[in-house]
Design a protein around this ligand. Structure first.
Ligand SMILES: Cc1cc2nc3c(=O)[nH]c(=O)nc-3n(C[C@H](O)[C@H](O)[C@H](O)COP(=O)(O)OP(=O)(O)OC[C@H]3O[C@@H](n4cnc5c(N)ncnc54)[C@H](O)[C@@H]3O)c2cc1C
Length: 384
């Protein structure tokens, strides 16, 4: 019997499970696949595609002024966790920043890893692409960036990472190559050579694809910053982005390290209840269906993109437990020990179909705090 059973391993599910386990609950995580985090840019937005700040975000999610501090505290918890995991996030929900994407557009976001720097209004930037990577074209990035930042001087260059493969390289392939010191050294030699040839002196920022190392991102950023004599940033774009993969890998490793029981490649297909309380989940692997008992359950199955909701001719359907929802996908008559987090809360929390990372973070931490309070009222279920 688990104290907390989390369904789904997107950002919401992983953070819920880690927080529950760190607070002393016997925790299980059941998931059929990866979350959408690995397709994301790895930066945490308030409202995707919007320039709104915390006030607009609270109105969007219909939160009261009294809930503001709880949201800020949850964001701090996430920052503290990423610091401990060796991939720290910066940013303040009250002060959104603008970053450049892999297409050269400027995007407003809130939390970003230390491989990313906000894009300046003016100054001199150099966009550096890698030969063999087709989804980051420096000239295209520069053209779009110029529309957003007409006062920036923008130069471009392309360099070779020295590896030739049969297939087109992804930005993730480049990130893995840059984990190696000799590739970094060769890369810097080429950049310095082109700076001399193009007579470029002291730019204020170098913009790279989201490829500055996976395991050795810190060494890469430090070496590039030191040897180029100025700041460097990644510009995340088409997946896979190293910015997101680094976070996902570190969260999963932490979950395993803490001893969370993983049921991978496992689908939740239903549940057994006693009145309004779920007793157990029906979980299905390739060849068998078994029961998984728990006290509290966290539904982190995502929305339409994550598979937790399905659009049918008769309306939206909640797929894991077969629960009734309203027309926006929010649960109706939710069992008392079931807690939806992140995108599983329904379409009213999405913009352009996407639930922003900040909502996942805040709902995950606040839900687990609520579970803690329930546990203490019940006389302490914590046992891990
Ligand atoms: C293309 C894309 C780009 C994005 N970019 C950004 C961005 O730049 N910034 C930002 O802030 N946010 C971005 N997001 C949103 C963000 O990454 C997450 O999607 C969002 O935070 C919701 O996460 P979640 O954990 O609630 O759900 P999901 O990430 O959808 O996770 C759902 C999980 O539930 C599992 N699951 C579903 N049904 C079952 C079942 N029956 N049994 C077992 N497991 C099940 C799935 O396999 C998955 O693991 C992006 C999303 C997408 C799709």
């Amino acid at each position: 019997m688990f104290d907390v059973v989390v369904i789904g391993q997107g950002l919401s599910g992983l953070l819920s499970a880690i927080s529950a386990k760190e607070q002393g609950f016997r925790t299980a995580l059941v998931s059929i696949g990866s979350g959408k985090i690995i397709q994301s840019t790895g930066v945490m937005d308030l409202i995707p595609g919007s320039h709104g700040g915390l006030k607009e975000w609270m109105e969007f999610h219909q939160l009261t002024v009294g809930q503001k501090q709880g949201a800020i505290d949850a964001v701090e918890q996430f920052k503290e966790l990423t610091e401990r995991l060796g991939y720290p996030y910066s940013g303040d929900p009250e002060k959104p920043v603008q970053i450049v994407t892999g297409a050269g557009h400027v995007k407003t976001t809130t939390l970003y890893p230390q491989t990313i720097k906000p894009v300046p209004e003016r100054g001199h930037v150099v966009v550096v692409g890698f030969q063999g990577i087709s989804d980051f074209q420096p000239a295209y990035v520069a053209g779009n960036l110029h529309k957003h930042r007409p006062d920036l001087i923008i130069d471009t260059m392309k360099i070779s990472l020295g590896k030739h493969s049969q297939r087109t390289m992804t930005q993730l392939d480049a990130a893995r190559l840059l984990d190696q010191e000799e590739v970094r050294n060769e890369c810097l030699t080429q950049i310095k050579q082109q700076l001399t040839e193009k007579n470029i002196r002291r730019p204020s920022l170098f913009i790279f694809p989201a490829s500055l190392g996976i395991e050795n991102w810190r060494k890469t950023v430090e070496q590039f910053t030191r040897e180029l004599g100025t700041a460097v940033t990644e510009a995340p774009g088409m997946p896979p982005n190293a910015t997101a993969i680094r976070l996902n890998e570190r969260l999963k490793k932490q979950a395993v390290r803490l001893g969370i029981r993983f049921y991978s490649d496992t689908t939740v297909t239903g549940f057994k209840a006693d009145g309004q309380m779920i007793q157990s989940l029906m979980i299905k692997t390739v060849n068998q269906v078994t029961e998984l008992q728990g006290k509290q359950f966290v539904l982190a199955t995502g929305g339409i993109l994550g598979g937790g909701l399905e659009a049918t001719p008769s309306g939206l359907k909640e797929t894991a437990l077969g629960l009734k929802t309203d027309e926006e996908g929010a649960l109706l008559n939710c069992p008392v020990n079931l807690h939806p987090v992140g995108a599983a809360n329904g379409l009213q929390n999405t913009q352009y179909g996407i639930t922003g990372g900040i909502f996942s973070i805040v709902s995950a931490y606040q839900t687990i705090n609520q579970v803690c309070q329930l546990a203490s009222v019940e006389g302490g279920t914590r046992s891990a």
